[in-house]
Design a protein around this ligand. Structure first.
Ligand SMILES: NC(=O)c1ccc[n+]([C@@H]2O[C@H](COP(=O)([O-])OP(=O)(O)OC[C@H]3O[C@@H](n4cnc5c(N)ncnc54)[C@H](O)[C@@H]3O)[C@@H](O)[C@H]2O)c1
Length: 249
C-alpha cells in the first residue's frame, strides 16, 4: 500500500515507533528512522535493509531544531521528498506536579510536544511544495482524559491533540492531512519502565482496558498506517482512540 512512499518515523528505535517503521517498510515504504538512540536506530535500519527494504537512520535529538531540520533535509536528499511524518517519540515522567522540578516539566514538554512542532514545521515546508502529505501524531488517552498520576504528561498530550487539529485546519488547503492516535496502555519498554518491570503490576494495568488486555505496538501501528494511507483520505483532525475501550466507559 505504501510503494514509493517516503515515511519518517520518530522514536523508531523502540516500542510503537519501531513496529510502525517495520509495518511501513513491509508495505513498500522507504522508511527514515529518527531516534536519539544510535544503536537501536542503526540496528533497526540494518534489519530493514537485510529484509530488502530501503531505509535510512538519522540520529536525531528531537528537542533540538537543528537536528529536526537535518532529519528532513537528509530525508529529501536521500529519497527526494517527505510523504508521511509520524511524530511518535515521547517520554513519560510521573513525578507529582507539586514535586516536579521545572527542568523536568521542560524536558517533558520539549520531548513530547516541541519535537512534534519542530518536525512538523520542517516537513510541512516540503509537503506544501508537493501539495500533498500526511502527518500522524502519537498522542495518548492522556490527551483525552486525565490519566491519574501523570498530570504533566497529560498536559503534553493535550497539546499534541490541539497541535494535530490546528495543523489539519491550517494545511488542509495544501492537501495535507493531520491526525493522531490515542493509545491507552501498550506493551512497550516505556510501560515496562513505568511499572519497574513488575509483571503483576502490568497485569493489573492491563485490566484498565475493558477489552481485558494491554495493547500491542502492532495495534497502534495498524491505526497509524490507516491514518497515513489513502484509505483515510477524507479524515483529518481526528483523534483515533486505540485503547481497548478505555475512553468508552
Ligand atoms: N506505551 C504506552 O503505554 C503508551 C500509551 C500512550 C501513548 N504512548 C506514546 O507512544 C509513543 C511511543 O511510546 P513507546 O511506548 O513506544 O516508548 P518507548 O520508550 O518504547 O520508545 C520511545 C522512543 O523515543 C525515543 N526518544 C525519546 N526522546 C527522544 C528525543 N529527544 N529524540 C529522539 N528520540 C527520542 C527513545 O529513544 C525511544 O526509542 C510516545 O509518544 C508515548 O507517549 C505510549
Amino acid at each position: 500500500m505504501f510503494e514509493d512512499t517516503v515515511v519518517v518515523v520518530t522514536g523508531a528505535a523502540s516500542g510503537i515507533g519501531r513496529r510502525t517503521a517495520i509495518e511501513f517498510a513491509g508495505q513498500g515504504a522507504k522508511v527514515v528512522v529518527a531516534d536519539i538512540d544510535g544503536s537501536g536506530g542503526t540496528d533497526l535500519v540494518a534489519e530493514l535493509k537485510a529484509a530488502g527494504h530501503e531505509a535510512l537512520f538519522v540520529r536525531t535529538d528531537l528537542t533540538v531544531e537543528a537536528d529536526c531540520r537535518e532529519l528532513i533535509a537528509a530525508t529529501v536528499e536521500t529519497f527526494g521528498r517527505v510523504d508521511v511524518l509520524v511524530n511518535n517519540a515521547g517520554i513519560e515522567i510521573s513525578t507529582p506536579l507539586h514535586e516536579m522540578p521545572e527542568q523536568e516539566w521542560d524536558r517533558l514538554l520539549d520531548t513530547n510536544l516541541k519535537s512534534m512542532f519542530l518536525c512538523s514545521k520542517h516537513a510541512l515546508r516540503e509537503m506544501i511544495k508537493a501539495r500533498s502529505g500526511a502527518i500522524v501524531n502519537v498522542c495518548s488517552v492522556g490527551g483525552l482524559v486525565a490519566w491519574p498520576g501523570i498530570a504533566a504528561y497529560n498536559a503534553t498530550k493535550g497539546g499534541v491533540l490541539m497541535l494535530t487539529r490546528s495543523i489539519a485546519a491550517d494545511y488542509a488547503p495544501y492537501n495535507i492531512r493531520a491526525n493522531c492516535v490515542c493509545p491507552s496502555i501498550i506493551d512497550t519498554p516505556m510501560t515496562d519502565a513505568a511499572v519497574d518491570n513488575d509483571p503483576a503490576v502490568k497485569a493489573e494495568k492491563a485490566k484498565l482496558n475493558p477489552i481485558g488486555r494491554m495493547g500491542t505496538p502492532e495495534d497502534v501501528a495498524n491505526a497509524i498506517l490507516f491514518l497515513a494511507s489513502a484509505k483515510s483520505s477524507f479524515t483529518t483532525g481526528a483523534a483515533l482512540a486505540v485503547d481497548g475501550g478505555y475512553t468508552a466507559v
